[in-house]
Design a protein. Structure first.
Length: 538
């Protein structure tokens, strides 16, 4: 979201990172799956340490993570960083790291193990693409370097392609501005029963330091590779965030703040030259890859990085994960909250780029899944904010960084959903730091037009919604009948349960982001019935 305003009081971050993580991992037990083995378990565990590596401090300070689950594979991640906030603190050479995967939380029944290199050029991050795993089951994993072992993480493979699975549980999140509050929502999320987590962007904020909040960035605005690495490392020191990474595999995509507020392709919002911004984007993309559990297929290639991709969960759900920043055309009409100028209707304007759009439509066309989830960044549905600058005069105002600034591109997708009717399209979105539910109309200006899909917009983990906008949204709800729900008061995440007949989205919110003991509750719950696009109050 463009307007990141308002920061609170100034207290330095508390440091309680390891105990919580271990407790959360140990508490979990087997949930699903019948537990057949892939061959024999490996009994001898770690290999003897040859060269005795010494670290200035614990090298696994950023925890462990896993992601991009396939039926036979999952990516395991960690980064060696004894001095995480100051460049990592590693010698400038590649370091051998051992890893192992087990069937049990105590790492006794090891089924896969190996060695990988933590490369200096990738900030000593590790991305292990473990193959040969069984579908639809939990695994535990751990790394070792020298005599140091990492915390134990837990992960889960996807069900076999076309297998019939009764249900799926996941949560989606976005927008975790460190300076605006604690990750109390993640603290509760680690206790949920989820198969995986989807992050829709704004994992970090690139901004400089702001005083007045509960915690502060420790470095100025990020531009260099070192800047972005230190910023990712700062965020990853949070114990609640580490706990959720250690508990479930994640599927991540980015929005703007991983690089620069409201950037589009190679166009900066900071009036940087093309050359300077190209360099900055390359730095940001590399640091993002280094800190996320992504496959080698996402390794940056120069200034580009392949992030849009697809995940299939049996015959139940297909996740089409989009990247609406890297290939985007510039925002129309000077960006921001504005009336639409003619450029907002430009048929050549794009959020995804032509190639990704084609890939999306083809994927929807070929999908055999019951639910087709489009996981992407900014709000898709139209929302007319109807502002009254003068007595009696209404202005049609839209957030032009969202799909509302790319009307023709949105209509192409809506029209496709209407014409080709892929099974149960559901869009999940972030960015706007508030909770929404929309029925996706073929023509938003005609309430009688067909409803062709459903959109759930998550609130933020910690980023704030400008309070002065809340009454503006509330008073314009009447002009947007396709919008079924709006709340901007609470931070949290959306927990989703899918089965063959029904999708349920629970808006899980925390009582506070400045109190580490905040409680959690379900603010609202909506369902979508199979074959009936549009949300119903649960
Ligand atoms: Ca954003
Ligand atoms: Fe955000």
């Amino acid at each position: 979201m463009g307007a990141d305003v308002g920061f609170l009081n100034d207290v330095s971050a508390s440091d309680h990172r390891y105990s919580l993580l271990e407790n959360r991992c140990r508490r979990r037990s087997f949930l699903l799956g019948t537990g057949f083995l892939t061959g024999l378990t490996i009994t001898s565990q770690w290999q003897p340490v040859l060269a005795n590596l010494r670290f200035s401090s614990y090298p696994f300070s950023l925890g462990v993570a896993s992601g991009d689950p396939l039926p036979d594979s999952v990516v395991l991640w960690t980064r060696l960083a004894p001095q995480p906030l100051a460049g990592g603190g590693m010698p400038p050479r590649d370091i051998s790291v051992q890893w192992q995967v087990a069937l049990d939380e105590n790492m006794r029944q090891v089924v896969r193990r190996g060695k990988t290199l933590a490369k200096s050029e990738l900030a000593h991050s590790v991305h292990v693409d473990v193959r040969g795993l069984d579908p639809d089951r939990w695994y535990w994993y751990q790394f070792k370097v020298g005599t140091e072992v990492s915390p134990i993480g837990r992960t889960r493979t996807a069900p076999a392609i076309n297998s019939s699975i009764p249900q799926l549980n996941f949560a989606f999140v976005s927008c975790q501005d460190w300076q605006n509050g604690y990750y109390t929502a993640y603290g509760h999320m680690a206790d949920e029963d989820l198969d995986f987590v989807v992050h829709l962007g704004d994992y970090i904020y690139e901004c400089g330091q702001k005083s007045g909040g509960v915690r502060q960035h420790n470095t100025p605005e990020a531009f260099s590779l070192e800047d972005y690495r230190n910023r990712h490392a700062l965020y990853k020191t949070d114990s609640n965030l580490q706990a959720v990474h250690a508990a479930f595999p994640w599927i991540v995509t980015w929005d703007d703040h991983e690089v620069n507020n409201n950037y589009a392709n190679l166009i900066s919002q900071d009036n940087q030259t093309l050359e300077d911004f190209t360099e900055r984007r390359a730095n940001a993309y590399q640091a993002y890859y280094e800190h996320m559990p992504l496959r080698l297929s996402s390794l940056p290639n120069g200034v580009n990085m392949q992030l849009y991709r697809r995940f299939t969960f049996g015959d139940l759900a297909e996740f089409h994960v989009l990247d609406t920043r890297q290939y985007r055309s510039n925002q129309p009409c000077n960006d921001g909250f504005q009336p639409r100028c003619p450029h907002a209707f430009d048929s050549s304007a794009t959020m995804t780029g032509a190639k990704q759009e084609k890939w999306l439509l083809k994927g929807l066309e070929q999908s055999r899944s019951r639910w087709n989830v489009i996981a992407q960044q900014t709000m898709f549905a139209e929302y007319n904010f109807k502002i009254t600058p003068d007595l009696g005069l209404f202005l049609d105002v839209f957030n032009l960084d969202q799909w509302d600034g790319y009307v023709a591109a949105r209509h192409r997708l809506l029209n496709f959903l209407h014409q080709r009717q892929p099974s149960n399209p559901v869009i999940i979105s972030g960015d706007i730091h508030s909770s929404w539910v929309h029925d996706l109309q073929l023509d938003f200006d005609n309430p009688n037009s067909a409803t062709v899909g459903t959109e759930f917009v998550g609130t933020s983990i910690s980023s704030d919604f400008p309070p002065q906008l809340i009454p503006v949204v509330r008073s314009s709800l009447i002009n947007n009948p396709h919008t079924k729900f709006f709340n901007a008061t609470f931070r949290g995440y959306i927990r989703c349960n899918l089965n063959r007949e029904r999708w349920q989205s629970d808006y899980r919110v925390v009582s506070s982001i400045v109190d580490l003991n905040a409680s959690i509750k379900t603010l609202a719950s909506f369902v979508v019935e199979n074959g009936q696009p549009g949300a119903l109050v649960n």
